[in-house]
Write a protein that binds this ligand. Structure first.
Ligand code: SF4
Ligand code: SF4
Length: 456
């Protein structure tokens, strides 16, 4: 950039203003050749230090400090003297919302670089939990047991006690981790989604029965949040009877805690069971992105081709509805219009899905769609982050709560069950929280009622 002639000119200008050389002696301008001042290691890095990532990084928004920011973390994790122990606090603070990846003009994925570093130091406690999770039958029995007694333990006093009792486990996840009594937990399902739709589950070894597989992920299966039922109901209205093939966690939370090998183990199961379907429909933003990112997870490995083939077929339910040639009748049962805003989940944004949910919401009868400020900003949930660092996650969601209040929305729609948990906790009743699929389902069912048909 600085050719010798230009550098000589700099030297002469500086000498005329600072003949004694008292200002920044030896810095940038000196008797040494200009090439001595070039930091070739820094120049070889892809980051241009523009700070666009910082402007969208939710952690930077809260802490306003370079060492708690996307750009700062890029420098830390790519430093030749990087050490996990010296950088643990900051390297563990990233939410993996992927907002930086969406914003970076140089194509840098800081979050991925941090994941690479975390994979060098997998969290032991998280490993125990995720290995238990991988034993689906035992884990699901455990969740059903918790579901049966949720009305007893999910009360303010018991939650305070649980917060204390679980501290030893939480501390091994992260110094900041806790099961805060303020966290609004979803209702756990006693009859999980797969129990409720046995007719949609292909038998082991059975051929593919439908062009569409529904990858429900963990949340829609384990929680009674209405998302899984809504996705299936909407698909049926579009003339599709989906398969619910065998599936394991997409891998997002597992990789977040450094367990890449375990994430790959589950991903291999998903690659095998999702092969053969024309479309793999999702209702969860994080599952959508993770499935689309399997080619990166398996980069240079034998599974990469299958991962690329799957990535092309992954379709969020909002994309499916927008692309479907079937246009079911819609109606509203309300006399007045309801103001609905959209919280754009970071992982769905990173997967490139931004317009479809908004267009669908704007077209629903009985809905007055309002674009709220900061709709594209992270709400701070990031899957398990609201457990890993509840206090920071609540500081992040504060900006979202103000934006919702400013918009006057009565309902905040989103595309991810994990965002729903964070919004219900953080909005403190400022608005009702629903998944886009639930609002579509309501419009279809209202039309059915008006024409005398029952809900599907
Ligand atoms: S990572 Fe990308 S967005 Fe962030 S400072 Fe570097 S070039 Fe800019
Ligand atoms: S993934 Fe999110 S929290 Fe992490 S560096 Fe990027 S913007 Fe910040």
């Amino acid at each position: 950039m600085f050719v010798p002639e230009l550098y000589d000119l700099f030297v002469r200008v500086k000498q005329s203003f600072d003949p004694s050389g008292v200002l920044n002696p030896g810095i940038k301008i000196s008797a040494r050749p200009f090439t001595d001042h070039i930091d070739y290691v820094r120049l070889s890095k892809p980051c241009a230090t523009c700070a666009k990532c910082n402007s969208v990084c939710p952690v930077y928004d809260v802490f306003q400090s370079e060492d708690m920011s996307s750009r700062g973390w890029f420098e830390i994790v790519t430093d030749t003297n990087y050490s996990y122990l010296n950088s643990k606090r900051v390297v563990e603070a990233c939410l993996h919302c992927k907002s930086c990846r969406t914003a970076c003009p140089a194509g840098v994925d800081v979050s991925q670089l941090i994941l690479d570093r975390r994979a060098e130091q997998p969290n032991k406690m998280a490993g125990l939990i995720f290995r238990f999770h991988a034993q689906s039958a035992r884990f699901e029995r455990f969740l059903k047991f918790l579901a049966r007694y949720q009305s007893l333990w999910d009360r303010p006093l018991m939650r305070r006690l649980l917060d204390r009792l679980t501290k030893p486990i939480m501390r091994r996840l992260a110094a900041t981790a806790r099961l805060s009594p303020q966290l609004v937990l979803p209702r756990l399902a006693q009859r999980q989604l797969r129990d409720r739709y046995p007719e949609l589950i292909p038998r082991s070894g059975q051929a593919v029965r439908s062009p569409v597989a529904y990858f429900h992920g963990c949340a829609a299966n384990y929680f009674e949040d209405g998302v899984g039922d809504a996705v299936i109901s909407v698909l049926r209205k579009h003339g599709v009877e989906p398969d619910l093939p065998l599936q394991r966690c997409s891998g997002t939370p597992i990789e977040t805690y450094g367990h890449r090998a375990l994430a790959k183990e589950g991903a291999r199961v998903n690659l095998a069971s999702m092969a053969g379907y024309d479309k793999v429909v999702t209702g969860c933003a994080s599952c959508t992105l993770m499935l689309k990112d399997y080619p990166t997870l398996f980069a240079g490995e034998p599974e990469q081709a299958a991962a690329q083939a799957l990535a092309k077929r992954v379709t969020h339910i909002s994309e499916f509805v927008a692309q479907s040639p079937v246009k079911p009748a819609m109606a509203s049962l309300q006399a007045t219009k309801c103001k609905v805003a959209y919280h754009s989940s970071c992982h769905l944004r990173a997967a490139g899905v931004t317009k479809e949910p908004r267009a669908i919401l704007a077209g629903l009868p009985g809905v007055e769609y309002v674009e709220m400020p900061d709709a594209d900003r992270c709400a701070g949930g990031a899957g398990t982050y609201l457990v890993k660092d509840f206090d920071t996650s609540q500081r992040i969601v504060e900006r979202k709560r103000k934006a919702v209040e400013q918009s006057g929305a009565e309902v905040v729609a989103t595309s991810c069950p994990a965002c729903m948990i964070q919004l219900r906790t953080g909005l403190q009743g400022a608005a009702e929280v629903k998944h886009v699929a639930q609002l579509i389902q309501e419009a279809y069912e209202a039309a059915d009622r008006q024409t005398g048909g029952g809900p599907v």
